[in-house]
Write a protein that binds this ligand. Structure first.
Ligand SMILES: NC(=O)CC[C@H](N)C(=O)O
Length: 191
């Protein structure tokens, strides 16, 4: 059984906690940097990346988390969590953790396509179609060669992996499909 931390400063952390428990693993809410010593992986949930970035600083978690990730702690960012991981944000905004070699555009779908649901096959992740929920979602506009592109929707990159880091524009925790949570648990085995 793995012990997965879910950053619980803001956003949709409860849904990730429930999903991890539903596939038979332990899940804990992370609000202190010491808690990072004792987990097999961490999920950065959806929410508001600007608020979460500030809270990471205020709660003195940011630097410890960056070090842990750079030393191989498996991490998965969904939506706002993906924005937190990026080395670069499109536009003038400052990036947050700057650990993953991706450039991310926030609210990339604009107001017309604010939120939508898709169901597609993601090769290498599962052999069945996976539901994808996008909510004011970002997508990736640039990535280095070290980054594996897992999936695009309409030519926009929405799922990537770089070594111990996974990032998705969408929210598997808001569906009843556990594929991505199982994929992430597998990432904690290999590292
Ligand atoms: N559902 C989400 O996580 C939305 C992300 C949000 N638009 C942000 O920029 O932080």
């Amino acid at each position: 059984m793995k012990k997965i931390g879910v950053l619980a400063l803001q956003g949709a952390f409860e849904e990730h906690i429930n999903m991890i428990k539903s596939i038979g693993h332990e899940a804990i809410e992370i609000r202190k940097s010491e808690q990072l010593d004792d987990i097999d992986g961490i999920i950065l949930p959806g929410g508001e990346s600007t608020a979460m970035g500030k809270l990471l600083d205020d709660f003195k978690i940011k630097e410890v988390l960056i070090n842990k990730i750079n030393n191989g702690l498996p991490v998965w960012g969904t939506c706002a969590g993906m924005i937190l991981l990026a080395k670069e944000l499109d536009g003038d905004e400052d990036a947050h953790l700057k650990v993953m070699d991706i450039k991310v555009r926030r609210n990339a779908y604009g107001s017309q396509l604010d939120s939508f649901i898709n169901k597609e096959l993601i090769k290498g992740v599962s052999d069945k179609e996976i539901p994808m929920v996008f909510i004011r979602a970002p997508y990736i506009v640039g990535a280095s060669e070290d980054v594996d592109l897992l999936h695009s929707v309409d030519n926009n990159i929405v799922a990537v992996r770089q070594k111990n880091m996974l990032a998705t524009s969408f929210h598997p925790e808001l569906t009843d499909d556990t594929t991505f949570h199982e994929y992430f648990i597998n990432m904690t085995n290999r590292i």
